[in-house]
Design a protein around this ligand. Structure first.
Ligand code: DAH
Length: 339
């Protein structure tokens, strides 16, 4: 029995020593020291020993048990220490490495000016109204007094989904949508994206932005249009800003006018920037055509109103002295970070 105990001790110590896994160590503990373990099995046979032998074997068995327990405890703690050390090594951070800088974004110049324009109009009691970019012929052309084959459609050619559905060429479509759905007084602006099948150059893009304005009420005159746009331009470009109305033609306004801004470069004397004109063209506007009002169920004998369409790119370029429209879309941070 002594030999058996010695053998158990030898085998167990050796197995524990060479074991590198906590789970297997626990299995070894059960195998040797557990209730059904090998050591317990030996102790159970002690009844068959003589009175002299029993205490000696008992002592040896206790010694083996405590040796194994001690060995197990040491092995477990050294294994845990190894694992911890490995974890720390794996998770080590090199705090001397330079950090990653989080760049703070900023608003795009078009958004900056769009927000300013919205604020100015909200201050004058206007409401901001949205409209769809995919539009029908009715809202984009027909209801704006441009029947099929009207020559004004030529300068506003767009991308067609089918004969009737297209990408809107102007935010003027929102005028019609608003007037069809509401009774005057109406005082709205409608900013948004518009499309034209134009080639890209310094002043053209197939996708750009407009801000439409519409006021309908009793007794609205061209004077109201002028006053509103003059105030807008003074707020955008400073108090010395001068504008002028120049007769023009739009099928959906009568009379129609283009609004020009006195050249901020030469103060109206004429320079290369304004091509010697003294003024730069800014936007289209006019008094809403009686036919357009009638088509939307508004009586032109009772109500009148003005409308205008501002090119957001154009006023942004003027505002920040940007000479090439393409820069607004290239997302070059060296350009965008200047605003
Ligand atoms: N829709 C015109 C354009 O795209 C701009 C415009 C002109 C809008 C006159 C209007 C207006 O509301 O009355 O060039």
């Amino acid at each position: 029995m002594k030999e058996q105990l010695e053998k158990i001790r030898q085998d167990a110590l050796q197995q524990i020593e060479s074991c590198g896994d906590l789970k297997i160590l626990d299995d070894l503990r059960v195998k040797y020291l557990g209730k059904k373990g090998e050591l317990t099995a030996i102790l159970k046979q002690m009844g068959g020993l003589s009175a002299e032998e029993r205490p000696l074997v008992g002592q040896l068995a206790n010694q083996v048990r405590s040796d194994l327990e001690e060995k197990l405890t040491n092995r477990i703690s050294s294994l845990k220490a190894d694992l911890e050390e490995k974890r720390l090594k794996d998770e080590a951070l090199d705090v001397t490495l330079p950090g990653k800088k989080t760049e703070l974004g900023k608003l795009h110049p078009l958004t900056v000016v769009m927000n300013e324009v919205k604020e100015i109009f909200l201050g004058m009691g206007f409401e901001v109204v949205d409209g769809p970019e995919v539009e029908t012929d009715h809202y984009c052309f027909e209801a704006l007094n441009m029947p099929p084959h009207h020559p004004a459609r030529d300068t506003q050619d767009t991308f067609y989904i089918n004969d009737n559905v297209l990408l809107r060429t102007q935010t003027s479509s929102v005028q019609i949508r608003t007037m069809e759905n509401r009774k005057p007084p109406i005082r709205i602006i409608s900013p948004g994206r518009v499309y034209r099948s134009d080639a890209i150059d310094a002043t053209h893009s197939p996708i750009f932005h407009q801000i439409e304005g519409l006021v309908i009420d009793k007794g609205i005159t061209l004077g109201d249009l002028f006053g509103t746009l003059e105030l807008l331009m003074k707020k955008l470009y400073g108090n010395d800003t001068k504008i002028r109305l120049r007769p023009h033609h739009f099928p959906y306004t009568e009379p129609s006018a283009e609004v020009d801004l006195q050249c901020f470069n030469c103060g109206g004397k004429g320079c290369p920037m304004c091509k010697g004109e003294g003024y730069v063209e800014l936007l289209g506007s006019g008094m809403v055509h009686p036919k357009v009002l009638e088509g939307c169920g508004i009586d032109p004998e009772v109500y009148s109103g003005f409308a205008f369409g501002i090119g957001l790119e154009r006023i942004t370029m003027g505002r920040f002295n940007i000479t090439d429209m393409r820069m607004l879309y290239e997302n070059d941070e060296r350009f965008l970070n200047q605003f």
